[in-house]
Ligand binder design. Structure first.
Ligand SMILES: Nc1nc2c(ncn2[C@@H]2O[C@H](COP(=O)(O)OP(=O)(O)OP(=O)(O)O)[C@@H](O)[C@H]2O)c(=O)[nH]1
Length: 303
């Protein structure tokens, strides 16, 4: 993986944790600054900060989705993808995002607060810009604010990385709950979700086995990888996987749309009947599907 910073090769772009990225944020590689739009006032230029209020309606507009037909789904929109890190406190989200951003421990600011990083990755010869957001907090006060903020996070991501620590079973259970919450919030969407078991270097303290992690990913229909931020093990693979998962969906959506428009024109009644029967058979073959999924859930380069 090649990490290319923007802004003329300076370090990764940071944003403040308290600055939700407006849902309509769109940038083209190399183009900085907000586009003129009604919620512009909430989105400061990169590198500067702003605050937000829970319940801010302008920010809570419906998110763009893979299946969106809105005007926002043009090619410029697709040049920047929001990746949300979710998970219990202490599981290693910040450590993972720091590795993504190329930040060494000694360079970390004394006052934490910069939790969002934008970098362009080159994977398989193609560049993609990710905005990785380590803004998930579970101890916000008051509760209303926490609920609003969680809901916001679950709405705005183009991809999700749900992290647990393999040394902490409670964090594993929270990860499953988060997956359920995500499914509820983004029901109809096929967004990439990667379950990450971090801290694999702590072998003797392991509370969650690889098999359990994998089984969870199969049941919840997401990808799975184990990492160690401390040893920098599988971290590159994780973020490359995020890029590939986004790309696979983007490409398959485009291909599907093309195929469907041709198909709809040509499809005969017999074909429609056959398709219906195929679906019926597929539904009855859930067991087979589960087996196939369990084989591929750890392969982040396939759907
Ligand atoms: N041994 C080991 N420690 C890790 C690993 N990843 C993170 N840690 C440590 O776990 C602690 C918590 O890591 P963070 O990255 O701050 O975790 P977080 O999920 O961002 O926590 P919050 O900011 O509270 O949400 C730190 O002391 C890290 O050094 C890992 O892979 N192995």
């Amino acid at each position: 993986m090649t990490l290319n910073t923007q802004q003329g090769g300076k370090g990764p772009v940071r944003r403040r944790a308290s600055t939700p990225v407006p849902l309509s944020h769109q940038s083209q590689p190399g183009v900085r600054g907000p586009r003129p739009n009604p919620i512009e006032s909430h989105h400061p230029p990169l590198g500067s900060s702003s605050s937000f209020e829970p319940g801010d309606k302008a920010l809570a507009m419906p998110h763009s989705s893979w299946s969106s037909d809105s005007a926002d789904s043009d090619s410029s929109w697709e040049s920047l993808y929001r990746v949300m890190l979710l998970g219990d406190p202490g599981v290693g989200k910040t450590s993972l995002v720091n590795l993504f951003a190329g930040i060494q421990e000694r360079d970390l600011p004394e006052q934490p607060g910069e939790d969002t990083y934008e970098r362009t990755l080159s994977v398989d010869g193609e560049e993609m810009t990710l905005l990785v957001m380590d803004t998930w907090e579970t101890e916000r006060q008051p509760q209303d604010e926490e609920n609003w903020f969680h809901n916001y996070c679950l709405q705005v991501g183009n991809a999700y990385v749900i992290v647990y620590s393999i040394t902490d079973r409670v964090s594993f259970e929270s990860a499953s709950e988060l997956r359920i919450q995500l499914r509820r919030t983004r029901q109809a969407e096929n967004i990439p979700i990667i379950l990450v078991g971090n801290k694999t270097d702590l072998v003797r303290c392991r509370e969650v086995s690889v098999e359990e992690g994998r089984a969870c990913a199969v049941v919840f229909d997401c990808k799975f990888i184990e990492t160690s931020a401390t040893l920098q093990h599988n971290v590159t693979e994780l973020f490359e996987g995020v890029v590939r998962q986004i790309r696979l969906r983007r490409d398959s959506k485009e291909a599907n749309e093309r195929r469907m428009s041709i198909y709809k024109r040509k499809e005969s009644l017999t074909k429609k009947a056959r398709r219906f029967l195929d679906r019926l058979v597929a539904r009855n073959n859930k067991k087979v599907a589960l087996k196939v999924r369990s084989k591929s859930c750890h392969d982040l380069s396939v759907l």
